[in-house]
Design a protein around this ligand. Sequence first.
Ligand SMILES: [Zn+2]
Ligand SMILES: [Zn+2]
Length: 212
Amino acid sequence: MLTLKIQQMTINGHPYLCPDCASEAFTLDGAGWIDALPVRGNCWQSHSWEEPLITLGWLKQIQAASTGRQRAEDEDTFAIVIGGVAFEGTLHPDVILDDLKRAARDVYWKKIIKPAARRRKNAAKRALKRPFKRAAAAVTGTAAHTVAAAKAAAIGAAWDWNTAGGDPDPDYTPEPVNPCPVCVGGYVQLDTNIHDTTRVRCTVCSGTGEID
Ligand SMILES: [Zn+2]
Ligand SMILES: [Zn+2]
């Protein structure tokens, strides 16, 4: 059994088509092993006919003359003269390794790499904006903290000095406390929105507001 899948072909320059539907794609099937027997044509619409001109032996010669395909873009063509009859045409491409590789690559590219690249690009765009905002927030936060701490210290000192009966004890030494330089009272303000601020627990001092 030998089957050639014809994509299109001519005999002596004339298109050879399915006699029923004029389809140019069909198979030529040679049954058995006797080279002198004619082959049958079978088109994709299930029309079937005997082709007395082409024998199994000729079909084998046509197959032998076909170029085959090495790369995905190659066509499998044939052009051969047998018994004074010129056959020319293209065989339906059999799937070759390069087709699979190419298909895998194309699918890989379209389905996986491209979306991933797009996602990464978008993420990069977002990430570009984010650190700036956060850095700006951190800067203003620190500045605000410093000012607030200075104010608190000033008020605290004034309070201590002015409280009735609260004369400062000259021997009194306050606990050595170092306020956390990053936060205010253990919390950091994050500008997540223009009007919305979020307080997050400071990771430097674990939310105590003090460092040792
Ligand atoms: Zn047909
Ligand atoms: Zn802190």
